[in-house]
Unconditional design. Structure first.
Length: 741
């Protein structure tokens, strides 16, 4: 008993000395971990890591989540291992190697061409890794071109089943030998692969093929090349309009996990060490130019020829390849094949001089623009609280869809999450869309360095925008600021105070705080984007000079209503429970409305769908009430249930859940707060009731009346078609931007 009492007082003292979510408490926890794991700190102790460590304690950034800062600090201690990523046995003998058998496809999608000159061990290990680390999703053939190897290469290749071998008596050079492979290639796509490479991930080929298959503008795709020690060799190539410094491999010797190397992007060229190209384009340009014999610049030249036809060269970071650079050609630029590097660069410069002058940046100073060919694009910085988890909450769903609209409008998008606490899947999804997600760097440092390049900033949510807007104004003078107010927080909290009367004074204080914050942000913004006309009136009433625009509150594709009235049953709700109005609404519905409905429809069930259900929501589970939590595919629930309810007693802005339900043709019953700003007409596109009796009556009415159900179902879908589609949103954004640029 005394021990329990001691522990209790101990934790009380700790909470007073080191308040929760304070930097003092965080430092205390880290020191304790340092004492318990001293080897970790000693092993990673360096000046760079110490600087990163102390940054988080001298910065003004608030510590609202201990885990967030701990995660940043733990990542700052990570460094690239100097141990090789692979075990490579150079001394392996022919007697000890295993025979390799590849699948034999009559009509392969991809033809993999591998030029070879001696170094048979590297070729064998390349083929072995290709066999072991290539998934069966893509059909492929392998064509090797032996350029007169004097070692055991030919004997080794005889042990590999189901590959094609072209044997040359002498070294024909990279370009000519690859062209020989192109002539016999059966694939729709041709992938050039150096023999001194090792495949690192089994999705490498699929990720490259998917990219070129799904985008007709892509002519070639390159991979992320790594050195054997794990450092980056290339994340796409950059060509300058500079004869003395013509080209560079972007990111050379850096950490390959940095944000700038992990998003799909258009580039000037990608190395021929691993390059996927459409075969029809190779035929049009007659393959590689053989004047670059024996090697160097032929891959860059090929990429420029593909670009000349109007196609893009794209970098795919998911295709990770280890490359033993210089194994065949060596590294001494004054001897052997390597001496042709400078000679061929001169040839390339003369051939493409007019293109370089017109399209390329002059020098390394403009690398920020050149690394993804964004020098002729508008650069857009999008700031939000986190990477959008579009399938878990409405706000993220809206952000994700507007990012997609902006991408299709041709913007180069940089996404800045205030914090990254989501699974890697969500981050990677944005990166695979072509959005650069920035993480693990101070915003002030970033905006000071790159703010001059940014043309427009989209910034959302008052508690996030307030942290960034002054720094943007100070360091990015040319950027136009668009504030996306998903809802007016002060209005939402003011309405909440009317419901939660026991906490009224505290909530009203919070409302006043939000109002001051929101109108400060609005006053500093070039445009304010709102979803609700009601909120536009409120903002303009405060100050008629504010520049306010209404944009669609959601972007949806109307879905075909597969099941009719008689094939459906039960009532559903959808909403993430981090959003407090959702919890309040569901509890109100279950306690005050659902009993009335059960009296008239005894066998009806209430299905509560949504991420992060609170304890109060979970406790509602019963024979008549199902709490699903997060579900990956909500379409099934929209198709199976007969009625959708949005029993919101307070809130603001646009109700995405309602728009989603309408798009699936499931009739909606909501309140005046729920319908606010959506242009819904009672008993035409939705049913609107504010008292428990009205709400229950409407649910029973539509649940039992097929004619009313069918009418609301049809009108709901039409409402979405007319107001919330991709085309409607894009047109509106284009109109707004014309006024600014």
């Amino acid at each position: 008993m005394k021990l329990k009492k001691f522990r209790r007082y101990f934790y009380i003292i700790i909470s007073v000395v080191f308040p929760k979510n304070s930097k003092q408490r965080l430092l205390f926890k880290i020191v304790l971990k340092g004492i318990s794991k001293p080897k970790f700190f000693l092993k990673n102790l360096s000046i760079t890591n110490l600087k990163k460590f102390f940054y988080y304690f001298i910065t003004d950034e608030p510590v609202n989540l201990e885990k967030r800062i701990e995660r940043k600090i733990s990542k700052s201690f990570k460094r690239i291992s100097k141990k090789p990523l692979i075990e490579f046995n150079k001394n392996i003998t022919l007697e000890k190697i295993k025979n390799i058998e590849f699948s034999d496809y009559a009509e392969p999608l991809v033809s993999i061409i591998i030029p070879v000159l001696n170094k048979w061990q590297y070729t064998y290990n390349c083929l072995l890794s290709l066999k072991n680390n290539t998934s069966d999703d893509i059909s492929y053939e392998i064509i090797t071109i032996d350029n007169g190897s004097a070692d055991e290469t030919s004997e080794m290749l005889k042990r590999i089943k189901n590959i094609k071998v072209i044997s040359n008596k002498e070294n024909m050079g990279f370009a000519h030998s690859c062209n020989m492979g192109i002539k016999i290639a059966k694939g729709k796509y041709v992938l050039f692969l150096n023999n001194d490479t090792i495949i690192k991930t089994n999705w490498w080929l699929k990720s490259m093929v998917d990219l070129i298959e799904n985008n007709k503008q892509v002519g070639a795709v390159g991979a992320k090349l790594l050195y054997p020690d794990g450092t980056l060799q290339e994340a796409g190539g950059v060509v300058f309009d500079n004869r003395n410094y013509l080209a560079c491999n972007y990111g050379r010797y850096d950490n390959p996990d940095k944000w700038e190397y992990n998003y799909i992007k258009e580039v000037d060229y990608c190395s021929g060490a691993c390059l996927l190209v459409r075969k029809d384009l190779l035929n049009k340009v007659n393959g590689f130019d053989t004047k670059y014999f024996p090697a160097y610049c032929e891959d860059t030249d090929l990429c420029f020829k593909v670009r000349e036809l109007g196609y893009k060269i794209v970098y795919q970071p998911k295709a990770e390849i280890i490359h033993f650079e210089g194994i065949t050609a060596g590294t001494d630029e004054s001897t052997g094949v390597k001496k042709f590097q400078k000679l061929n660069m001169d040839k390339f410069y003369k051939k493409w001089h007019s293109v370089l002058e017109k399209e390329q940046v002059k020098d390394f100073k403009e690398l920020f623009l050149a690394r993804d060919r964004s020098q002729k694009k508008k650069i857009l910085l999008f700031i939000d609280h986190s990477v959008p988890t579009w399938d878990q909450d409405g706000g993220s769903f809206v952000t994700f869809n507007y990012l997609n609209v902006l991408l299709h409008m041709g913007f180069k998008i940089i996404f800045w999450p205030d914090e990254i606490c989501q699974p890697e899947f969500y981050i990677e999804h944005l990166q695979q869309m072509g959005i650069e997600v920035v993480y693990e760097t101070p915003f002030k440092k970033y905006i000071k360095k790159y703010g001059k390049y940014i043309d427009i900033v989209f910034i959302a949510r008052p508690h996030i925008a307030i942290k960034y807007i002054d720094l943007i104004l100070k360091y990015s003078s040319r950027a136009k600021i668009f504030y996306i107010a998903h809802d007016l927080h002060f209005l939402r909290e003011k309405r909440r105070a009317e419901i939660e009367t026991e906490n009224k004074n505290r909530i009203l204080k919070e409302s006043r705080k939000f109002k001051k914050m929101e109108f400060y942000i609005i006053s500093k913004s070039d445009k304010v984007l709102l979803f609700s006309p009601v909120e536009k009136e409120i903002v303009l009433k405060e100050n008629p000079t504010f520049n306010v625009e209404i944009i669609p509150g959601s972007i949806l594709s109307p879905n075909r209503c597969i099941k009719g009235f008689k094939e459906r049953k039960d009532i559903m709700f959808l909403g993430g429970f981090f959003h407090k109005p959702n919890e309040d609404g569901v509890l109100w519905f279950v306690n005050d409305i659902f009993p009335f409905i059960k009296e008239k429809i005894p066998d009806v069930k209430f299905i509560i769908v949504g991420s992060n259900p609170t304890e109060k929501i979970i406790r509602l589970s019963s024979l008549d009430i199902l709490v699903t939590g997060f579900v990956e595919d909500i379409a099934k629930y929209f198709q199976d249930n007969k009625v959708f309810v949005a029993p919101l007693r307070y809130g603001a802005g646009f109700k995405i859940k309602i728009a989603q339900a309408l798009s699936y043709g499931i009739p909606v019953i909501t309140t005046s707060i729920g319908a606010e700003g959506m242009g819904l007409k009672n008993r035409e596109s939705a049913l609107i009731g504010d008292t428990p009796e009205e709400f229950a009556r409407d649910v029973i009415d539509v649940y039992t009346n097929e004619e009313l159900w069918t009418k609301l179902s049809h009108n709901g879908v039409e409402h979405v078609k007319n107001n919330y589609t991709f085309d409607v949103a894009r047109k509106k954004i284009e109109e707004i931007l014309k006024e600014v640029f």
